[in-house]
Design a protein around this ligand. Structure first.
Ligand code: SAH
Ligand code: SF4
Length: 341
């Protein structure tokens, strides 16, 4: 089976030649699969009919939209069915000037974070490169606007599927036309992988999901953190800043009475001080099956104030679209910050 999504213009030209066609046919295929967003080769009407009919075993690589939910503020969540029947979520978040898409990188996730719906469901498989690109094209088509921004904050841990994520970043940049500076990879941290990421000379933003200022508390919330001591994670982030010259952003999901105390805020400030970083506070979005509570607006404001007093760059992710998105397990909690404030 040959999948075309993910191939560059020159790769498609080479493929066309290999198939006994002139190279410009590859250019046409490129224009139709990325530009017009066709899901079937038969739809590419400029290709000779005879060739189209002989292209068995070649697919564009698009998924099917199974279900769609729209929130009052325009946010739309899509459930997509992949070729093997597995289902993933992707979200489109519109503002005046932007359309941000929140993409999944795995079916499920093996990291098991206690407050995360995906983590509770376990891991099934990694997504292929074309399955990541497809999510962006689908949101673009369904919402009838160009996608301008991309966050790897859907289901799954991107650094456990780095090869497909890197391939998708390249194609989304070159073939779909989204600037790397408008992309954010969010990770809970995988040993060696942050260092590896730093070697690729990417323009994307790195967001690290911290959620706790001590190893003891962190491993209670993120069982997989057992294999990655907090001081090593932080020093890998510092190295990342030194090597890439780009600041790291830390995500901190606030869980009432668990990690939102004054002491936690002070320790967090100590941890992230001294290098180019930024903290995003995310008030926990209840997922039903977890035993956590969302902190009050006041508690969030106090936590933020302590960080500000400690000279930490901090923002609070606004929760919008939440009410209409009740069916959503996990995605709903983490995209709002990437809207324009
Ligand atoms: N696996 C990666 C990316 C996907 S999760 C990571 O963990 O970073 C993206 C973000 O959503 C993470 O910061 C995660 O902590 C947050 N998140 C997950 N469940 C949440 C919930 N119920 N409420 C608020 N944020 C949540
Ligand atoms: Fe996986 Fe991220 Fe959910 Fe943790 S928060 S279980 S790493 S998707």
């Amino acid at each position: 089976m040959t999948i075309l999504l993910g191939k560059s213009r020159s790769e498609l030209m080479a493929w066309a030649v290999q198939m006994g066609q002139p190279a410009f046919r590859g250019k046409q295929v490129h224009e139709w699969i990325y530009g017009k967003g066709v899901s079937q080769l038969e739809e590419i009407s400029v290709l000779p009919k005879q060739w189209r009919e002989n292209l068995q075993g070649v697919k564009v690589g698009r998924s099917q939209v199974l279900h769609q939910v729209r929130a009052g503020d325009g946010t739309e969540k899509f459930l997509l069915q992949l070729e093997d029947g597995k289902i993933i979520e992707t979200v489109g978040i519109p503002t005046n000037k932007r359309l941000t898409v929140c993409v999944s990188t795995q079916v499920g996730c093996p990291m098991g974070c206690r407050f995360c719906a995906t983590g509770k469901g376990g891991w099934q498989r990694n997504l292929a490169e074309h399955e990541i690109i497809d999510q962006v094209l689908t949101v673009q088509q369904q919402m009838q606007r160009r996608v301008t921004h991309l966050v790897f904050m859907g289901m799954g841990e991107p650094l456990l599927n780095l090869e497909s994520v890197l391939g998708a970043i390249q194609s989304l940049h070159q073939d779909v036309g989204i600037s790397q500076r408008h992309m954010t990879i969010s990770t809970v941290g995988i040993p060696q992988k942050i260092a590896q990421l730093a070697t690729y000379d990417l323009q994307v933003t790195l967001a690290v999901s911290l959620h706790a200022p001590t190893q003891e508390l962190r491993r209670r919330l993120i069982p997989a953190a057992d294999r990655y001591p907090l001081d090593r994670l932080i020093s890998d982030c510092q190295d990342y800043v030194t090597k890439t010259g780009r600041r790291v952003s830390f995500e901190y999901t606030l869980l009432a009475g668990v990690n939102d105390t004054r002491e936690c805020a002070l320790r967090l400030a100590q941890l992230v001080r001294g290098f180019q970083s930024h903290v995003n506070l995310i008030p926990y979005n209840p997922i039903g099956v977890a035993d956590f509570q969302r902190p009050t607006v006041r508690a969030v404001a106090q936590f933020r104030q302590i960080l500000e007093q400690e000279k930490v760059a901090v923002s609070v992710r606004r929760t919008r679209g939440l009410e209409a998105d009740a069916a959503c397990g996990q995605l709903r909690g983490r995209y709002q910050e990437f809207r324009e404030n």
